[in-house]
Ligand binder design. Structure first.
Ligand SMILES: *Cc1c(COP(=O)(O)O)cnc(C)c1O
Length: 235
């Protein structure tokens, strides 16, 4: 059986959930503080449906058209997360479909979301902590300005921050980047002030190779694809 054997997906889910609870234990955190987002980009609805049957409700997608196709074919209590780079002209497709947009990284996108989205949206600001040319995300020194721009939009609520650590074989190499993101969230909460700070609670960090480290450093959302579904054919 190739690919999406239910038994294999079940075992993968159990492994990931066990890794999450062990990391929580090491960090003295309650497992309920960490949400697993199953990154289903490029994988078919049949595979998503298997994890859905096993209780997973949060799924992450990176391409607008693929997301829209899948939403219509799967149960409507799924919480969809958009985690990919987003062109401003696609902004209007997302408002109705997703529960959280992880990848807001520039003021032009914030303005497009405000202008084009039909619904209020919860968003995360993506930070390019390692300043990698190939990745999206604002630089840390522009973060406060980006936040102020988002905060002034009636349709948007900033829930926290997201980052991708540089790819590396050693998960420990991600730890410093995750620490920086956490420190940036603390600074932003101070900047936001009483009352608003409590809404800024999410840290979306950690992927298949480094989500245990991310949880030790405070992740509230981990985005896990390959460790659940296996390798992607294309990306
Ligand atoms: C694809 C993707 C993931 C999942 O990566 P895996 O290594 O397969 O777990 C997580 N976050 C983002 C932003 C992605 O694009």
């Amino acid at each position: 059986m190739t690919g999406y054997d239910p038994q294999r997906l079940h075992e993968a889910l159990l492994r990931v959930r066990r890794t999450i609870s062990e990391a929580c234990e090491r960090a003295g955190r309650a497992p309920g503080e960490v949400r697993l987002v199953a990154v289903s980009k490029t994988h078919p609805v049949e595979a998503i449906a298997i994890l859905y049957e096993l209780g997973v409700r949060d799924f992450g997608e990176s391409y607008v058209q693929e997301l829209v196709d899948k939403v219509g074919r799967l149960p409507n209590d799924i919480r969809w997360h958009f985690i990919g780079g987003l062109q401003s002209n696609k902004a209007r497709f997302l408002g109705n479909e997703i529960s959280l947009l992880h990848s807001v990284d520039r003021t032009s996108l914030i303005e497009a979301l405000q202008r084009r989205s039909e619904q209020p949206m919860d968003i995360l600001l993506q930070v390019n902590v390692a300043a990698e040319a190939t990745k999206g995300g604002t630089s840390p020194d522009q973060l406060v300005a980006l936040y102020d721009c988002a905060r002034s939009q009636s349709k948007l609520t900033v829930r926290g921050l997201m980052t991708m650590a540089p790819y590396c074989d050693d998960p420990e190499s991600s730890r410093g980047h995750f620490r920086v993101l956490r420190a940036l969230l603390d600074e932003l909460r101070t900047h936001a002030g009483e009352g608003v700070a409590s809404a800024l609670s999410e840290l979306s960090m950690g992927m298949s190779d480094d989500f245990a480290v991310a949880i030790e450093e405070g992740a509230t959302l981990v985005r896990v694809g390959t460790a659940l579904f296996g390798d992607r054919q294309s990306d």
